[in-house]
Design a protein around this ligand. Sequence first.
Ligand SMILES: Nc1ncnc2c1ncn2[C@@H]1O[C@H](COP(=O)(O)OP(=O)(O)OP(=O)(O)O)[C@@H](O)[C@H]1O
Ligand SMILES: [Mg+2]
Length: 602
Amino acid sequence: MSMYGTNDEERTDLTKEESKYVRARSRRLLSSLLNPIKARIYVAILLGVISTALRVAGPALIALGIDWALPKAILRQYNELWIVVGTYLSAALATSILTYLFLMLTARLAQQMLFDLRNRMFVHTQKLSVEFHERYTAGRVIARQTSDLESIAELLSGGLNELVIGGLFMTFTAVALFLLDPTSFLILFGALLPLGILTRWFQVKTNRGYRKQRVASSRMIQYFVETMTGIRAVKAFRKEKRNEQHFGGLVEDYRKHNAHLIQLFGIYDPGLIMIGNLTVATILLVGGYRVLDGSLGIGALTAAILYARRFFDPMEEIAIFYNSYQSAAAALEKISGVLEEEPSVPEPTSPVQLSATTGEIKFDGVQFQYATGPVILKKFNLHIPAGQTIALVGTTGAGKSTLAKLIARFYDPTDGVVSLDGINLRQIENKDLRREIVMVTQEAYLFSGTVIENIQLGRPGATIDEVIAAAKAVGAHEFISKLPDGYETDVNKRGGRVSAGQRQLISFARAFLANPAVLILDEATSSLDIPSERMVQKGLKSLLAGRTAIIIAHRLSTVAIADRVLVMEHGEIIEDDAPTKLAQGNGKFAKLYKAWKESLVQ
Ligand SMILES: Nc1ncnc2c1ncn2[C@@H]1O[C@H](COP(=O)(O)OP(=O)(O)OP(=O)(O)O)[C@@H](O)[C@H]1O
Ligand SMILES: [Mg+2]
C-alpha cells in the first residue's frame, strides 16, 4: 500500500480509499490513547452534563423568584423567597465546584494523553532504523514532536472542552426556554437561520485563513532554522542581506494572514452580538405585550431574555473549534504515519546466540540499493578473516560507507547475505550486534555530559581507570587532562568546547572501551592533524590486535598498519592485496599512493 507510514505524507490529492485508510489509522491511534482513560472520560462527561444543567437552571430560578416568591413576599410571606434564593445559591455553588472538578479532570486526561503520545513518538522514532532517519529528515521528526503535538494539545486542553460544554449549554438553554415559554423559543429558533449563515461563512473563511497561516508560519520557522543552522555558510558567502529580504517577505506573509483572520473575527463577533441583540429585542417586544395582557409573567420574560442573551455566548468557540479540530486531525494523521513505520532492519524472531565472536565477516552475493536510487552493490562477494585489518580506499561515491553500513547492519542487503562468524546478521539480536560491531564515523557525536560519560557510552559501567586507559590508548588523555575540569568537563558547556579532532579522539576512546570484535572507522581520523593521527595510529596498532578492523580513509597513512588493502570503484573491489604489494604494482592504488606520497613531501 502506497499510503503506508510516512509515504505521501505531504500529498494533498488523496483518493477516497487512501484518505479512508489514513483516517482509520488515526482513529486506531486515538482509541489506543483513549482506551486506558475511558472510565474517567465518562466521569468527566457526567460532570460536564450536571454542571451545565445547574448553570442553565439559574434563569429559571430567577423566574420562579419573581413570579412565585415575590408576590408572596409582598404579602409578607418570606419562606418562598428564602427557598428560591437558597436553591439559587446552592445551584451556583454546586456549579462552581462541579466545573472546577470537570476542568481539573479534563486537563489531567488531556495531559495524560499527550504524555503518552509524546513518549510513544520518542520511543518509536528512536527505534526506527537509520534508513528511516536518512529518508525522513530531522526537521520533520522535530515538527511531529513539537508543532503537531502542540496542535493536538491545543485541541485537547482547550477546544474540545469548549465544544462539549458549549454544545451542552446551548442545548440545555434551548430546552429550558422551550419549557419556560415556547413563543420566545420560536423567536430564538428564528434567529438560528441568520446565525447559521453567518457561522458557516465564518467557518469557511477562517478555515482557509488558518490553513494559510499555518503554512506561512511553518515556512517562516523552516527558513529560520535553515538559516541559523547554516549560519557559517551564510556569513562566509555574505548572504545576510538577501536572507533578510527573504525572511522579511515570509514574515509579511504571516502577518497578512493573521491580519486577515483578525478581520474575520472583527466581522463575526459584532455579527453575533447583533443577532443576539435583535433576538433579545424581539423577545422583549413580543413578551412585553404578552405581559400586559397577562399571558406571561414578568419573571418568565426576564428568564427568557436571560436565556436568549446567554444562548449565543459559546458560539464563537464552537465556530473556531472546527479549525483546531482540523489541524489536530492533520497532525494526528502524520503522527500515526510515523508510528506505523516499522524498523526496516527488524529484530530477528528467533535470534542465534553469539558465543566468543571472532569477527569473521563475509559478503555472499550481496546486492544493495538505497530506497531511492540505483543499485550500488551487485553480486558483491568479500571475505574478511577474523582479526584482519583492512584499509578500504577508493574514490568518492564508490560505496565504501555503504559497505560499512551493511556490516554494521544499518541496512539490510536487498539480496544475498552479510554474515558475522558465519551467522547471517539478520539472525543476530540488535544488542549483540551493537556489542560486537562498532562503527566510528567522521561526525563523531558527543552527547551533553562530561567527557567520562561520553567515553563510558562505549561500555556502560566501565570504571574511571578503564576510561582513562582507553583515552591513553588512543592518545586522547593529554588534551583531556588539560580541559578546565579534566575528565569531568561538560563537553557542551562553555570552556568544555572541544575541537573536531578532539571529538574524534573521544569517540575513539569510546569505541576502544567497547572492545568490539569488529571495528569500523569511516573517515574517523579525517579531522586529526598529522601528529594526532600518528598518535592514534600508534594506539590503533596495539588495539586492533586480535580484532577485525575496516578502516576507510582518504589519507593513505592508515594503509601502513593494514594487513590488506581493498580498492573500491563503482561498488566493486578492483584491487585486493597487501599494501606493500599494491604500492609496488602499477594499479589504481599504486597511482593513488604515489600521488599521496608526493603531496606529503611538499
Ligand atoms: N542514504 C542514501 N540514500 C540514497 N543514496 C545514497 C545514500 N547514501 C549514499 N548513497 C549513494 O550511494 C553511493 C555510494 O555512497 P557511499 O556513501 O557509500 O560512498 P563512499 O565511497 O563512502 O564515498 P565518500 O568517499 O565520499 O565517503 C553514492 O552514489 C551515493 O549517492
Ligand atoms: Mg563515505
